[in-house]
Design a protein around this ligand. Sequence first.
Ligand code: HEM
Length: 179
Amino acid sequence: MKGIVFTEFLELVEDKFGLEMVDSIIANSNLESNGVYTAVGTYSFSEMLQLLQNLSDNTGISIDNLLLVYAEHFFGVIEDSYPGLLATYKDAIEMLSSIENHIHVEVKKIYPDAELPKFEVVEKTDKSLTMIYKSSRAMHHFGLGLMNKTFEHFNQTATIVLEKIKDDGTEVKFIINKN
Ligand code: HEM
């Protein structure tokens, strides 16, 4: 997992819960990195899982909800860092249906070691999109947060329903309907 995902996460934790919370979740994890991350480095996904689990234990907020809020913050990072990529699109459905064959393809060029999910488009109309998310990391709520912000970015709104295909969340159907 790319370092930017860790550095932005710890910054948000500090903003919302304070530096002591950052120190606590790092101290309670077993981290090869010792909790020292650079934006361009690459670290084990298990480090992110431990940090999320400890934050969830300390706050009582579920990992899914933490990932949702984190993704909404991360979309701002994307807007600041990759304005050109977003400017290619005029519509949220167009953008979301292009994650697999355009957006994450470009991400892979920038970070060849990025660990990205698969999004398979099952059905697409002007107003609706059904996609299957597949990833061993089960970060579907990170996807949901990014989708919410994608609609906001285009001044659009949508109703998004998640249906787990696998109980462990490694395969999830997203049913998206523009309002
Ligand atoms: C992961 C970039 C749009 C879904 C990531 C990562 C980066 C990235 C850098 C982390 C990879 C790693 O840590 O190795 C971008 C950029 C985007 C974009 C630059 C737009 C210009 C989206 C959108 C979605 C999405 C719109 C909506 C569903 C995900 C998910 C992950 C991810 C779910 C977590 C990894 C996983 O589930 O396996 N993306 N992304 N991305 N991205 Fe994107």
